[in-house]
Design a protein around this ligand. Structure first.
Ligand SMILES: CC(C)(COP(=O)(O)OP(=O)(O)OC[C@H]1O[C@@H](n2cnc3c(N)ncnc32)[C@H](O)[C@@H]1OP(=O)(O)O)[C@@H](O)C(=O)NCCC(=O)NCCS
Length: 180
C-alpha cells in the first residue's frame, strides 16, 4: 500500500532499504534532536529496522514505517512513521526525518499533511499527535503549518547525547482542519 501527495510517495520499507535508512541516520544534523543516536554500524540499523518490518505482518496493524520517495525520480529522501493506539482511542502519533539535501523545500510540510490525511481518512483516527524537542524550530514550524496545536510541555523527557531535553506535545483532532 502506498500513499501519494503532489510530489511525494510513502511506501512500505523492506530490508532492501537498509543502506538508505542507515545513511539517513548517519547525519549528525538528522540526529540533533533524536533519541536514537547515530548508529555505530549497519547491524545496529538492521536491529532497529527488523521489528519495524515485522510490524507489517501484525494484525491488527499498529505501527507503520514508510520510506519517503520523490515521485518524479523515485529517489529515497527520508522516512515517516505512524504508531496507532488501541481501536477504542483512535489515536495516532506521527514522525518524519529527511536527508539534509532535501531540507527547506517544503517536503516535511507536504508529508505531514499527507500523514494527517491518511490518519483521518484511511485509518479512521480521531486524534493525531506528535512530539518535538523544544529546540527543534524547523519541525515545530512544520507541525504548526500543518494545523497541529501545541498542547503541552514534557520537561526533561528526551535523553539526547547525555542530557535530558524538553519536548513539546502537539495534536490535531478530527474536525480541526474544517474549523480553520
Ligand atoms: C524537521 C525537518 C523534517 C524539516 O524538513 P523540511 O522539509 O526542511 O521542512 P519544510 O521545508 O516543510 O519546512 C521547514 C520550515 O522550517 C522553517 N525554518 C527553517 N529554519 C528555521 C529556523 N532556524 N527557525 C525557525 N524556522 C525555521 C522554514 O522556514 C520552513 O517554514 P516555512 O515554509 O514557513 O518557511 C528536517 O529538518 C529533518 O528531517 N530534521 C531532522 C529530523 C527531525 O528533526 N525530525 C522531526 C522530529 S519531530
Amino acid at each position: 500500500m502506498t500513499y501519494q501527495s503532489t510530489r511525494l510517495r510513502l511506501a512500505e520499507i523492506s530490508l532492501g532499504d537498509l543502506d538508505a535508512i542507515h545513511h539517513l541516520h548517519s547525519f549528525p544534523e538528522v540526529d540533533e534532536f533524536n533519541t536514537l543516536g547515530i548508529p555505530s554500524s549497519i547491524d545496529e540499523t538492521k536491529e532497529y529496522l527488523t521489528p519495524l518490518i515485522q510490524a507489517q505482518k501484525v494484525t491488527p496493524r499498529k505501527s507503520y514505517f514508510w520510506k519517503i520517495e520523490l515521485l518524479e525520480a523515485s529517489a529515497f529522501i527520508g522516512i515517516a512513521g505512524m504508531t496507532l493506539s488501541s481501536d477504542k482511542f483512535k489515536r495516532g502519533e506521527i514522525y518524519y526525518k529527511l536527508l539534509p539535501n532535501y531540507w527547506g523545500k517544503g517536503y516535511a510540510t507536504e508529508i505531514g499533511r499527507l500523514l494527517i490525511r491518511v490518519g483521518f481518512n484511511d485509518f479512521n483516527l480521531h486524534r493525531i499527535e506528535a512530539g518535538v524537542a523544544t529546540e527543534n524550530v524547523k519541525s515545530i514550524s512544520v507541525l504548526e503549518k500543518i494545523g497541529m496545536a501545541r498542547e503541552g510541555l514534557h520537561r526533561k523527557i528526551l535523553p539526547i547525547r547525555g542530557e535530558w531535553k524538553d519536548n513539546y506535545h502537539y495534536a490535531i483532532v478530527e474536525g480541526d482542519l474544517k474549523d480553520n
